[in-house]
Design a protein around this ligand. Sequence first.
Ligand code: MN
Length: 213
Amino acid sequence: MPVYTLPELPYDYAALAPVISPEIVELHHDKHHAAYVKGANDTLEQLAEARETERWGSVNGLEKSLAFHLSGHILHSIYWQNMTGEGGGEPLAADGVGELAEAIAESFGSFASFKAQLSKAAATTQGSGWGVLAYEPLSGRLIVEQVYDHQGNVGQGATPLLVFDAWEHAFYLQYRNQKVDFVEAMWRVVNWQDVARRYAAAKSRTDVLLLAP
Ligand code: MN
């Protein structure tokens, strides 16, 4: 039985149009995300085989493969839920997401500054990567990370809350080489209710690192 399974999309393929075309959503979820799920499960099996046979020659590659596919699965699972056809704007107390709005203002100075940093981080990824808003439990603050592939360039322990997929497969069929335009459009489908829900959950488990004695 596979350990990881592909989650259903919380909407139909056309729900994010015109920001993201139905064709991209279908391919991205059914093919790309599915491949990361399969890759994570296959790698776990290969690691089990390495343990059983005590053949460790490929352990470096397998550990990298596990990080890549598992991180790909996790980031895409968050990505789909981070978006809604009725999204966009900015988080407002009037919409019940005031705590998130305050945390953004405290951590980045203003929503505009946060938006600029995450947009730049996503749009300037070299090769494949992500722009990520994450909750960093040691400081209790929000940070932006620029992730390479799915797993590189991240600090340990931070929890992703809002993720912008900046891989070409996320936009190329519709936006061609205009990654900046895609990132700008992404803000129109952000589901702030989902981001706020993730923020509250991440904050409530700040002792997860157990760094204090
Ligand atoms: Mn992707």
